[in-house]
Design a binder for this molecule. Structure first.
Ligand code: MLT
Length: 407
């Protein structure tokens, strides 16, 4: 009989959002007419921008004719999209990134999960706590996280607690680490780091030969001045950081799937014999072997988000969700909650009533208020005592949810 990768039996039996979906489905089955409002997983509710739909129709039509048909594309992404990304997301913002440092993918979930392939299992990994569960789960699957303890924490991971006491700003690790996952604006807390605070991490990485895995999937929700949209706004970050971006929340691509990863050519790692190796080359090698590229039609849809009309339509989507998040923040405050985040992110992080666990509170909100949230504990031990509200629902449901909570 084939022997399995034992790490898969050490991780929790279900992925966080699958567990939530299961509980919601059960509640729905028991209460078929329950008016459920979904504020759990960050899945968008508005349709794609028209510019992207038009681009997909045009691209699909091209696939109908032998002269314009395209088969396998470049694994790293088509030049038209890589160039558009470079120009709009970096050059226009004063950041020097080149097209061959961009790797287009089917989303930041895959890339943040797959990046571990190119790093040795002996690396010491630091992860902010709470965090997007993909970081912990994929390190555990690889065997890099060690063993799970009774609290759910892994023996070999270095957790960086983020909570109300430290204003959700993680302290530098007290032991040397090699890989650091940072997600800002943060999922799940909706909080951010200022340029000065992120600079501390870039400097730490330089001094300790560490690499920062910077998840910037929510950068489009930033409204405040001093919050970096890209880690490469920080001097020297190209020597120490990989950045992950996504069209999911920015332009409604959660189901369409497109994202990209920036791997600067000057970023180096070390082999077991002490030789310096370009990380960009390794990621290219990994992607060309395991990935055949994002579909042509979808890349055209992503490119269209950078057209003049696409930009306006994307802005309208973002403005809608930003208004939702303000309604949630204000509604929760009015209902007596202590809240965090939500100013530069689509998530509001709220304290659950004293003495209640976050899964208990999740169940209470589901059963008594028909509101789906995400329990903080699902994102790590430091998330215990909180629930996350996401702002991607309809306006009507967002307002209705706040009314139910006020009661
Ligand atoms: C979330 O709700 O945390 C995200 O939507 C999950 C994801 O992007 O995969």
């Amino acid at each position: 009989m084939a022997q399995i990768n034992d790490n898969f039996i050490k991780i929790p039996a279900t992925y966080l959002f699958s567990e939530i979906a299961k509980r919601v489905a059960q509640h729905k089955e028991e209460n078929p007419t329950a008016p459920i409002i979904r504020m759990g997983i960050g899945d968008v509710s508005l349709p794609l921008p028209d510019a992207s739909i038009d681009a997909m129709i045009k691209a699909a039509e091209e696939q109908r004719h032998a002269e314009t048909f395209r088969g396998y594309g470049p694994e790293q992404g088509y030049a038209f999209l890589r160039d558009a990304i470079v120009l709009n997301d970096f050059t226009d913002k004063g950041i020097n990134i080149e097209a061959d440092e961009i790797f287009v993918s089917d989303g930041a979930k895959s890339d943040t999960g797959n990046i571990g392939d190119i790093f040795d299992n002996n690396n010491r990994v630091a992860i902010t706590d709470p965090s997007y569960p993909v970081y912990v789960d994929t390190n555990a699957m690889a065997g890099r996280a060690g063993e799970p303890t009774a609290s759910g924490a892994w023996t070999n991971l270095v957790y960086l607690p983020c909570n109300a006491e430290n204003n959700f700003v993680p302290a530098l690790p007290t032991e040397k680490v090699d890989l650091i996952y940072l997600c800002y604006p943060n999922n799940p807390t909706g909080t951010t780091l200022t340029k000065e605070q992120l600079t501390v991490w870039v400097n730490y990485a330089k001094e300790n030969n560490a690499i920062i895995l910077f998840d910037a999937a929510y950068e489009a929700f930033i409204t405040e001045e001093d919050v970096p949209h890209s880690i490469y706004e920080i001097e020297g970050a190209k020597d120490v950081a990989i950045e992950f971006r996504s069209f999911s929340k920015t332009a409604g691509f959660t189901g369409t799937r497109c994202g990209y990863t920036v791997v600067p050519k000057q970023l180096m790692g070390t082999s077991s014999t002490g030789e310096k190796v370009q990380i960009n080359k390794l990621w290219n090698r990994r992607q060309t072997t395991k990935f055949n590229g994002t579909s042509y039609v979808v890349q055209r849809a992503a490119e269209a988000t950078y057209s003049p009309e696409g930009k306006l339509q994307v802005k309208a989507l973002l403005d809608f969700y930003k208004e939702n998040v303000s309604i949630i923040r204000e509604g929760l405050i009015k209902a007596g909650y202590t809240v965090f985040g939500g100013k530069n992110a689509p998530y509001v992080w709220a304290k659950v009533p004293q003495g209640m666990g976050s899964w208990d509170y999740f169940d209470y909100l589901l059963k008594e208020k028909n509101i789906v949230t995400t329990p903080g504990a699902g994102f790590g031990a430091s998330g215990e005592g909180y629930v996350r509200f996401s702002a991607f629902g309809s306006r009507e449901n967002t307002i209705e949810a706040m009314k139910r909570l006020e009661k």
